[in-house]
Write a protein that binds this ligand. Structure first.
Ligand code: BGC
Length: 723
């Protein structure tokens, strides 16, 4: 794409102060394109006169190319300099054709799949008028109570970074002015996922060492991948909300990491500095956010109202404001908006792309590859030689399976399990009995009788359970993370009458499923799979697709174990008794084991993967050397499948307490029936570094172990010494 020669500095020199500040404000689409002189709604509340709206620099949340063009045309005609607006939106797991939620995408352990889905979303969204997406969200998360774990890739910092960077690369391509690309904004910087007790927006108090080791690497990976924008998090971090956190925003982000792009606040986060009680009023809020280096204020207007006075009083300088405005104008120029303010948006193009057969095929494949087979006693895959199948439970014919951040995706475009099975097996009789609701406070059991009756006479039963899609996502923390309502009771009654049964789960977070795990012969977790969910379920249940996803966030046995994560530090009193026994004066619970029900990395397949050997070519690693690790895996079955080979490391003695395992590599491989493959990894000294007590990023000589195998039972371990 040709880049504009437009001189943004010259433009800046012609702008009044108020016009400049306007470029630093982002408002919802409802503020724009008003035809009456008098603006109603929020604009009226903020006393924004019509002409002032035409100073504002960017828009969020609008609907499609037509609206975008209407707003842009109207705005550019009325803005004194004809400066284009930039249009932003949350394109998180698809624009219209929806792929699985990020927590599920993580489970694919497949960055190429993530890129394929992202490219698809970029094309749809860009044709529909979106120019920047507030993605990737790479908040490291350990507490399943937090509803926004749905948007993360879970509890491993390396995996989060790889998946986040893959999204940045795939959305932005080489050139954000290309009409098939979008700019990205990494969020929520930093440690939003550390919310105390998993309650959204709650305070975060963590040491710098913990922050640097677990929380920061994924944001850094996205910045290194070239993301154009950063969004500070809502939460206070060690006492200071991120948008006003000078250490975080200036020292770490800008000075240490060299980020020179645009920083945008989260929704009304500048205004919320007053609610946090660190600003007395909006004027002070504006001052604090500016000092924290926040360029654009989203959905509050403290900058617009108070910057002139702050300059007059000598608290901030106009040069500071100019620097932010220049960045915003440069960003618009880089998007090519001064040449094509629509950035190629085109209703017809969008209509042809959205929900096209090609895009549906991509998201169906993604849903298959993100699904995790949590348990299988051999009942799956079901035989296709059945006459009757009973689909029981609130998700049996429920199209609310797209997940919280589905952008323009609609429930009615989603394929239900019933639709999927009917399409795959047109000759099989499909009986649907919801039995009960998936809502927390809907406890009606009157549907149980019909459900049990259907289960009794069916050749196979699918229990379609989970949590209501609005229970996970922003603002939706849960106190109890079991199955909601009376679903477990329904499962108990149904499973008592038919053994040829499998559970299919829909969920935006790890759930506590001990009882279900005890009773169900098989559990297939789809998370929220998106538009093609039902077709993917059908193919997985009947063996046309082979599950290959792996859990990326531990499933606790009980909510009281949260936060629970595989890469936890050793304690001085580790438990030595069997998992289910309490051990006094050891790190242990009364009434529950320490281990999760399904750990990070767990996921079954219809193939049988056997880890045959783990070999290191040397047992000594020199600081500038490397160890070649060879892992041999055999598919000891007659079913082709994919396996995620995982490489873990442990530092046995170090000056700070180290995690019991850390993932340092993975590779997803295809194995034909009976095939054996050897995967190689290189281990080098930088992979062994950690933050010492003074936050120096170092490695220390000594003994390490390398392990691989099935996650819940790392079968093969070898040790080596770092000299
Ligand atoms: C969320 C962000 C999102 C923004 C704009 C906020 O409430 O925290 O993740 O990007 O809204 O929609």
């Amino acid at each position: 794409m040709a880049k504009s020669n437009f001189d943004v500095k010259e433009l800046l020199s012609k702008m009044t102060l108020q016009e400049k500040i306007g470029q630093l404000i982002q408002l919802n689409a409802v503020f724009f394109g008003q035809t009456t002189a008098e603006i109603t709604g929020p604009a009226e509340r903020w006393k924004l006169a019509t002409k002032e709206v035409y100073n504002m620099g960017s828009v969020l949340n609008f609907h499609g190319a037509e609206e975008m063009k209407r707003i842009q045309d109207d705005y550019m005609a009325k803005n004194r300099h004809g400066i284009p607006l930039v249009f932003m939106m949350d394109v998180i797991h698809g624009y219209k054709t929806i792929f699985p939620i990020p927590l599920a995408l993580g489970a694919s352990f497949d960055p190429e799949l993530v890129k394929e889905c992202t490219r698809m979303a970029a094309k749809e969204a860009s044709a529909a008028g979106v120019q920047l997406t507030f993605t990737p969200m790479v908040d490291y998360a350990r507490d399943a109570r937090w509803g926004r774990v749905l948007e993360t890739c879970g509890e491993d910092p390396m995996l989060n970074g790889i998946m986040g960077a893959a999204q940045v690369e795939a959305f932005q391509g080489d050139d954000i002015s290309d009409h098939n690309n979008l700019a990205t904004c990494v969020k929520h910087f930093a440690a939003y996922g550390g919310a105390e007790a998993g309650r959204d927006y709650n305070t975060v108090e963590i040491s710098e060492r913990l922050l640097r080791e677990y929380y920061l690497p994924a944001y850094k990976a996205c910045i290194d991948a070239g993301t154009k924008m950063v969004m500070p998090s809502f939460n206070s971090l060690n006492g200071v909300p991120s948008v006003a956190n000078k250490w975080l925003m200036n020292d770490v982000l800008r000075k240490e990491w060299g980020f020179d792009g645009v920083v945008i606040s989260d929704y009304n986060a500048v205004g919320e500095l007053v609610k946090h009680g660190i600003a007395a009023d909006m004027k002070e809020a504006a001052k604090l956010a500016l000092e924290g280096g926040c360029d654009i204020e989203m959905m509050s207007i403290s900058y617009y109202e108070h910057i002139p006075a702050l300059i007059e009083e000598g608290i901030i300088t106009e040069e500071q404001i100019d620097a932010s405005v220049l960045k915003v104008l440069e960003f618009k120029k880089e998007l090519g908006l001064f040449e094509d303010p629509y950035h190629g948006a085109d209703e017809e193009k969008a209509a042809a792309l959205c929900l096209s057969p090609e895009h549906r095929e991509i998201v169906r494949r993604a849903a298959e590859q993100c699904a995790v087979l949590l348990k299988n006693n051999g009942v799956l895959p079901f035989s296709k030689d059945i006459k009757t199948i009973a689909l029981i439970g609130p998700f049996a014919d429920n199209n609310q399976i797209r997940g919280f951040w589905a952008c323009d995706g609609k429930d009615e475009d989603c394929v239900t399990i019933a639709d999927g099975i009917k399409a795959l097996l047109p000759d099989v009789k499909v009986i649907v009995e919801r039995g009960c609701s998936e809502k927390i406070d809907e406890l009606d059991k009157s549907g149980f009788k019909a459900a049990v009756k259907a289960a009794k006479k069916a050749d196979a039963v699918v229990l379609c359970l989970g949590e209501f899609q609005k229970y996970a996502g922003e603002g939706n923390s849960r106190i109890d993370i079991g199955l909601t309502g009376v679903q477990q009771e329904l499962a108990n009654e149904v499973l008592a009458v038919n053994d040829n049964a499998s559970v299919v789960l829909f969920n935006g977070r790890p759930l506590a499923l001990v009882e279900l795990d005890e009773k169900a012969p098989a559990i297939l977790d789809m998370f929220f799979p998106g538009t093609e969910g039902g077709n993917a379920v059908a193919r997985l249940l009947f063996g046309d697709a082979n599950p290959c996803g792996k859990v990326t966030m531990s499933f606790p046995k009980a909510v009281g174990q949260c936060p629970i994560y595989y890469n936890h530090p050793m304690t001085g009193r580790p438990k030595t008794k069997p998992e289910n026994e309490h051990q006094g004066y050891a790190s242990s619970y009364i009434g529950c084991g320490n281990l999760p029900l399904y750990p990070f990395g767990h996921g079954l397949s219809y193939s049988n993967f056997v880890y045959e050997s783990l070999e290191l070519d040397t047992d000594t690693l020199m600081a500038d050397g490397e160890i070649n690790v060879k892992i041999t895996v055999k598919n000891d079955s007659n079913v082709a499948g994919k396996e995620v080979v995982q490489l873990y490391m442990r530092d046995l003695v170090a000056s700070t307490v180290r995690p019991i395992q850390s993932l340092i590599g993975f590779e997803k491989i295809d194995l034909a029936a009976g095939e054996t493959k050897t995967v190689t990894f290189k281990v080098t000294e930088p992979m062994l570094r950690f933050y010492d007590a003074n936050c120096n990023f170092i490695s220390e000589p000594g003994e390490f172990t390398i392990s691989t195998g099935h996650a819940d039972n790392l079968l093969l371990t070898k040790s080596f010494v770092l000299k």
